[in-house]
Design a protein around this ligand. Structure first.
Ligand code: SF4
Length: 316
């Protein structure tokens, strides 16, 4: 994995915007570049601040003075702070892994990836088609910017081609996104990174755990409906709707707003369970960090008898 940040071209972009002070905001995987880049820019007369709070997506932009340079994510929403999105390409080559083991894959494939690998999609498509595969690249909606791109909270690019494919092939490391594809669709999901592995079996254990959380929340009387101040995670309409649904079911429900969401901020308030009306993946991927059940919006609907069957909660 090799991320490329071109300091010279970034400096030219900063100069064009004529703002002397910049703030660098990076996800954890890029923070090791922050100091060298800041020193490079300061040597050219730019006043730099490194913003070090954890950042998991473009749903969470620094707001304040100066020009924000947000690294590693494509835009999701407009901020009051002038922002330059620097998406950061990863030049990882998927072809060696595909050359060795691609015969395991079904013949009709939907290709998916994250923003740092989207430029490699045409090359992988051509390679697979040359070996007799039919390859489909879905177009996403809303916060999705590129064909084939997925976010942890939006799998619309996968759903747009789901009926045409036998399986999805996700290009990239980590399980966060391919597990999301498995939960959002009804097709097998393979992940390609060094090797090819099927991740679909993980779906069953996650669904079992999610239904366990819904069951645990079933005894609750007081529900905290959690919202976030982060610009791309504001879901006040969903929060109001869920609050009303609990109240009509004879339960108590209150909206609680935070910046970063964690249980220690609400642990003493006496809620029996929570509903996550911010990043839906906090409920699913970080549930072990919460003692009380934390449901997604759709899981709360299942609890209240308003929905049958599991649907992954996504943000359009
Ligand atoms: S809301 Fe969650 S999944 Fe969506 S972009 Fe933000 S951090 Fe990622």
């Amino acid at each position: 994995m090799m991320f490329k940040i071109d300091g010279e071209s970034l400096f030219r972009e900063i100069k064009k915007r004529r703002i002397g002070k910049v703030v660098l905001q990076m996800p954890e995987g890029l923070k090791s570049h922050a100091v060298d880049l800041a020193l490079f820019l300061e040597a050219r007369g730019v006043n730099v601040t490194i913003y070090a709070e954890p950042c998991f997506g473009a749903c969470d932009l620094y707001e304040g003075e100066g020009l924000l340079i947000h690294f590693g994510h494509s835009p999701i929403y407009g901020s009051r702070t002038p922002t330059l999105f620097y998406e950061v390409e990863d030049d990882y080559d998927f072809i060696p892994a595909l050359s060795g083991t691609s015969s395991r894959l079904p013949k009709k494939l939907g290709l998916l990836t994250t923003v740092q690998h989207v430029k490699t999609i045409p090359k992988v498509k051509e390679f697979l088609e040359g070996r007799g595969y039919s390859v489909y690249i879905g177009k996403g909606k809303g916060r999705i910017r590129y064909p084939g791109q997925v976010l942890g909270c939006n799998f619309s690019a996968a759903k747009s081609v789901e009926k045409k494919v036998d399986a999805f092939l996700f290009l990239g490391s980590g399980m966060f996104h391919p597990i999301g594809v498995a939960l959002a669709t009804n097709k097998p999901v393979f992940r390609c990174y060094e090797t090819i592995e099927e991740v679909t079996s993980e779906k069953e254990s996650i669904l079992k755990q999610r239904y366990g959380e819904i069951f645990r929340a079933g005894d609750g009387e007081k529900f905290g409906i959690l919202t976030s101040k982060k610009g791309g995670q504001r879901r006040r309409k969903d929060a109001s709707k869920i609050k009303g649904m609990f109240e009509r079911a004879g339960k108590k429900a209150l909206i609680v707003e935070m910046d970063a969401l964690s249980e220690d901020k609400v642990a003493s308030m006496g809620f029996d369970a929570f509903v996550m009306c911010a990043c839906p993946r906090i409920a699913i991927d970080d549930s072990s960090l919460w003692k009380k059940p934390v449901l997604t919006v759709h899981e709360a609907e299942i609890l209240l008898g308003k929905r049958k069957g599991y649907v992954l909660d996504e943000i359009p």
